[in-house]
Design a binder for this molecule. Structure first.
Ligand SMILES: Cc1cc2nc3c(=O)[nH]c(=O)nc-3n(C[C@H](O)[C@H](O)[C@H](O)COP(=O)(O)OP(=O)(O)OC[C@H]3O[C@@H](n4cnc5c(N)ncnc54)[C@H](O)[C@@H]3O)c2cc1C
Ligand code: HEM
Length: 357
């Protein structure tokens, strides 16, 4: 690839030198001019030849340079674990939803609801996984905070598993965003489905049979307006986070701006998305018909992890704990208790003696 690029630029240089030589030659030895012009034509590539060179350059762009050993290059190494985790979560949530929404009606009432699998079941799996991944982005941060409070210092390293978890938060966050986008598109397509149209017609017919003129239920209307609005806001916030993680955008922000965006907007996004799931659930918490085969509805399980993370964060934000955590971040170290200092002092004096009083 490099050779051809070199040759191409060399040709331009050669052409310039040649032009100079031709001019000089024509002045000094006019009898050579005609011959030189012919040679010049032969040396300098024509338009077609140049195009050919460019094409071969473009094709060779895709060739692996000899210095690269493909076997030694791993493919997206930092994405392996986040992708595996996403796969496991999706499989579990899919099985749970399939069991409740498809298997249960089939086994209990002989009703075939398998048509729900491609959209309705998938569209419960996607947001459940997305919100769980989002919670997993912010869980290590609060765990780290608790650990620092317990240790009374920031100078002791975190356990290896926590370090590893913290280092894959970007990937988890971007996967959460991707699944949330898919969930939004699936949700907005609900009214397009034929099954939805048939159901709507059936409901209208049943309403006529009941001689009911108005089917407006204010409670339900409010529920939907609010949860869809929260969903759109949550998605918008996640999109902002995803945009700031693009290297070209990250480079334009200073460290404080980046951390503020990721931390503050991230937590707001988690609050809004959790609220979206809870408002979607509304009163289903207390309606026994939603506890199919004694299992809770998926939105309850989906909200558990993010609600736990938000609860721990709220506790850490209590002024007494928040002040201490800020001190720790500024470098404060909790002084050792007197007894511990005595042990340390005695140990340093009595070298080799047992390390207990
Ligand atoms: C769509 C999306 C995209 C994302 N893109 C990125 C990305 O590009 N890059 C990225 O890094 N993350 C990214 N994330 C992940 C996420 O936003 C960040 O990990 C977020 O900053 C976590 O905030 P936190 O407060 O929980 O953790 P942190 O800010 O990492 O804090 C964790 C803990 O460390 C301790 N700590 C904090 N400050 C100090 C201090 N000064 N000294 C000592 N200890 C301290 C505290 O105990 C704190 O609880 C993305 C997330 C999403 C959803
Ligand atoms: C444009 C944005 C969004 C729209 C229109 C939307 C719409 C919906 C709809 C229609 C449902 C009900 C699904 C059903 O009945 O099967 C739902 C549920 C849910 N949504 Fe969203 N949503 C959006 C964004 C989000 C985001 C960003 C998240 C979080 C990552 C999220 C998480 C959830 C959860 C957890 C549920 C409950 C699913 C369950 O029953 O288990 N949504 N949303």
């Amino acid at each position: 690839m490099m050779d051809i690029r070199h040759t191409d630029s060399q040709i331009v240089e050669d052409q310039d030198t040649w032009n100079e030589l031709v001019i000089m030659g024509q002045e000094d030895q006019p009898h050579l001019a005609e011959q030189d012009a012919q040679d010049h034509k032969a040396l300098v590539p024509t338009g077609t030849e140049r195009r050919h060179l460019l094409v071969s350059f473009a094709v060779e762009e895709f060739e692996v340079p000899p210095s690269v050993c493909i076997e030694e290059m791993s493919l997206f190494p930092e994405w392996h674990l986040p992708l595996k985790l996403t796969g496991v979560l999706m499989a579990l949530t899919f099985l749970y939803t399939f069991m409740r929404d498809v298997l249960q009606p089939f086994v209990s009432q002989g009703r075939s609801d398998f048509y729900k699998v491609p959209i309705l079941v998938v569209n419960k799996t996607l947001p459940w996984t997305a919100i769980s991944l989002l919670a997993l982005v912010y869980l290590p941060g609060v765990l780290a905070g608790l650990l620092q409070l317990q240790r009374g210092t920031k100078y002791r390293p975190f356990p290896v598993w926590l370090e590893r978890w913290m280092s894959m938060r970007k990937q988890l966050g971007l996967l959460a965003f991707f699944l949330a986008v898919l969930h939004s598109i699936y949700s907005l397509c609900y009214p397009m489905r034929r099954s939805y149209r048939y159901k709507l017609l059936n409901w209208a017919f049943q309403q006529v049979q009941r001689n009911q003129e108005d089917s407006w239920i204010a409670d339900d209307v409010w529920r939907m307006e609010v949860y869809v609005s929260l969903g759109i806001t949550g998605l918008g916030l996640l999109a902002l986070l995803a945009i700031t993680s693009l290297p070209s955008v990250t480079d334009t922000l200073n460290w404080r701006e980046f951390v503020w965006m990721q931390r503050s907007l991230g937590y707001v996004a988690l609050v809004v998305c959790t609220a979206h799931a809870l408002v979607y659930g509304w009163r289903k918490w207390v309606e026994p018909k939603h506890f199919v085969w004694y299992t809770p509805p998926s939105f309850i399980l989906a909200s558990l992890l993010p609600a736990t993370v938000l609860l721990i964060k709220a506790v850490l934000l209590l002024p007494c704990l928040n002040r201490r955590l800020e001190q720790i971040h500024r470098g404060w170290v909790r002084p050792c208790p007197l007894k511990e200092r005595q042990v340390l002092g005695k140990d340093s004096l009595t070298d080799g003696a047992p390390k207990t009083l």
